[in-house]
Write a protein that binds this ligand. Structure first.
Ligand SMILES: [Zn+2]
Length: 89
């Protein structure tokens, strides 16, 4: 916890791994708002509400939102221009 109500992207790794079957923390997320690209692990994750929200470290726009219901995971990536996922070699 950084004291501003958010944690880093590593804290959301488990939820994303459950939904996507991959490690989201090493993915490079490019913010649709300001164009900043960086590892998901560095995003500001807010997990107090229903689901988790990842925000851009530069402009605080929401780049990813994941809500889990008992049967489904809802992933909203409209705030990300792209998500680059490294493939294991
Ligand atoms: Zn941004």
């Amino acid at each position: 916890m950084h004291g501003d109500g958010f944690v880093d992207g590593n804290s959301a790794a488990g939820m994303f791994a459950e939904a996507l079957g991959l490690d989201i923390t090493t993915a490079v997320v490019t913010c649709a708002g300001c164009g900043r690209g960086g590892p998901f692990a560095e995003t500001h994750v807010y997990d107090q509400g229903p689901g988790v929200v990842a925000r851009c470290t530069t402009c605080e726009a929401v780049v990813a939102r994941l809500v889990r219901t008992p049967t489904d995971a809802w992933l909203d990536l409209r705030g990300a221009r792209s998500v680059r996922i490294p493939l294991s070699q």
